[in-house]
Each structure stands twice: as structure tokens, then as C-alpha cells.
Ligand binder design. Sequence first.
Ligand SMILES: *Cc1c(COP(=O)(O)O)cnc(C)c1O
Length: 406
Amino acid sequence: MTYPLQPGAAPGAAQADAQADAQATPRARAEIDLGAVRANVRALRARAPRAELMAVVKSDAYGHGAVPCARAAREAGATWLGTATPEEAFALRAAGDTGRLMSWLWTPGGPWREAIESDIDVSASAHWALDEIVAAARACGRTARVHLKADTGLGRNGCQPADWPALVAAARAAEAEGAVKVTGIWSHFACADEPGHPSIAAQLEVFHEVLAVAGRAGLDPEVRHHANSPATLTLPESHFDLVRTGVSVYGLSPSPEVGVAAELGLRPAMTLSGSLALVKRVPGGHGISYGHHYRTPGETTLALVPLGYADGVPRHASGTGPVLVAGKWRTVAGRVAMDQFVVDLGGDAAEAGDEALLFGPGDHGEPTAEDWARAAGTISYEIVTRVSARVPRAYVNRSDSGSTGG
Ligand SMILES: *Cc1c(COP(=O)(O)O)cnc(C)c1O
């Protein structure tokens, strides 16, 4: 067990208070199905049977809650966790996680030493980073575990192939001194969510070259890794020793081109809902919300949904976002405001306190995060990740077949 805490063990005090309050006054609620997280991890492991699985839990597990999701992922056999920032990794250590854990987004100044002392695998894309890692390792008398990142074509982080031989030579020298161990060599795809995109094969070819250069320099990493969720789902030759899955752990398909979540064996873990704050009759011709971008076509019933862009509901979904209220899909009428939006129920009845389901797995006819992504001109990753801290998370265990894998 990499977590001493048991599943369902008491969350932190603040979280427990938030949950108690959420039960008392459920203005809004994001229900997170940890059974779905576990089932998704098992489904992904079955897709990449020869590789280890890293559950990417950056940005509070894409809005789902890093600590409970990390624990669920570990239970289902994720041998690695991944975060963008070191602070996100420290929070997992503080919560009791002791397994392999990597952070990849570093800026000059670290905090390298804290990471090394917390047994976090770090990443270097450039000489400045390797130099700072070596200095921190010497200062604390420990060997830093480092993943060297190559830019195989994403054009974002990572060392350019032209600079790679010098970086691996420096890393090898630092290994000889005992300051570092190069535990990983890795990169990241640009277009894996568009299966067949020519950049995919090109990136893999470059990756094989950078691995060969590293091997000739004497590096022998534990894990070579390049695959994100879409590559894990569509491209076995990209799996190498480790796959880094994020969005799919939370049950969302990386893109419509990769497939529909259910057909990929994935189950959305988050359900976002609210409790209607007001239902009222208004006459025809009534302007609705800021700017009056919607006007009631006739006498009608309006329902007020108490979530807005401060909760993560995209303002870009004004006039387009779908929500299940009183048994039917409604569309956001007029603008999404900071704290609330309105839907027009037409002739249908509802009352204050009734549920508004913004998105979920779709079982009850509710929209999905993918539907919101389409409505707002974005991707489902952003829809779940932007659900803000003002929305209490409630953890449940459904959709879990029970086996723990691992
Ligand atoms: C976010 C991220 C991932 C996970 O990507 P998904 O498409 O969500 O699976 C993997 N690797 C890196 C470097 C990332 O930043």
C-alpha cells in the first residue's frame, strides 16, 4: 500500500466541514465517483498491459480532488503519480502517499532540495535545471532521481534534439558522481488526440533517436515514457515502460476522434449539480440576465440555477450550455453570471430546491462534460478542471466492480 490512509478515511477537517455544509445546504455539488476512477485505471492498465501506469493528478486531479483520486488510482494499480508542479507533489506526500511520484514543471530556484528529500522524481529539460538539481543533491547528500525530457516535436517543454547529446553527457557525469540517477527519459505528444496525424509517427521516430543517443552516452533509465491518454488508448507502440494518463482516469475521452468514453471503457467520474434557487412566472418579452441577450418568447416559467463562472461554468456557454432540469435538457437563457444563470422551463413545472444537473456520466439523461465543451468551444478537460473550490466535492463509490488490481 502506498497510502497509509484507508479509502474513505476521514478527509481533512476543512474538507469534512465543507462536506457537512454541502449536505446541509446543497447549493452546488460536484460528486466524484471514486469507483469510476478505479475502474478507469483498471481499464487503462488493460490497454497498456506491458507498461506501468502513471495517474496524472495535476490541477487537483483535473478538478476531481488530488488526494482522494490519487488514493483511488493507487488502489487500482497506478504505480506512479504525476503532477505538473512540485507543490502539487508535496501535497500528496503530506497526505501520506509514499509511492513513485514525478513532477515536471520547474522554474529556476526549484524547490529541488525539498523534492529530493521527499523522494519525488524531478524533470530536467535544460542544463540550468540539471545544474540546480546537482547542486541541491550535493547540498543534501542524496541522489536525485531525474527524468530527462526531450522535445520530440511538441514545441513546448523539453530539450531540443540538437542540445540533447550535451544534456545526456552532463547527466551521465552527474550520475558518475552520485548526484543524480537518470530514472526516466521522456517526451510528450502534440497531436495524439488526432489519431493518424503525421506528427505522431514523426515524434516517435525522434524519441527512438534520443533514446539511442542516451543509451550510447551510458544512460540506462528505468522508464521511457511518451504516451498521454489518447496515445495510451490508440497507439500501443507509444507505451514504452510507462503511460501517463490524465483525463481518461477521470472517465473522459481525450477527443471525439479517439472515441466515445463508454466505448473506450471509461466512465465519467464527476457529476456537477445545483439546487434551483428560484422558480417564477414571468410575462412574454422579459429580458433575461445581463445584457438581455435572451427574451422570453411568451409567458413562461424561469428557473434560477445557482452556479456561475465563479464556480467554473464557462461564460462562453451563455445561450448554449445544456442543463437537465425538470426532466428535460434546457439551455442557458442569456448570460452566465458570476454566481448564477437562468433557464426557461417553458410550460413545465419545477420548484425551488429541485435539482439542476449540469453534467455527469449521462445515465440519467443529463448532459456530459463533452456536451459543455462543445457548447463553450473548449475541451472536456477544461470543463472539469475549472470547477472551482467554491463547489464542494462529495466522494462516493459507485461503478466499482470491486477488484483492486495491482
Ligand atoms: C497533462 C499531461 C499528461 C496527461 O495528459 P492526458 O491527455 O490528460 O492524459 C501527460 N503528460 C504530461 C506532460 C502532461 O502535462
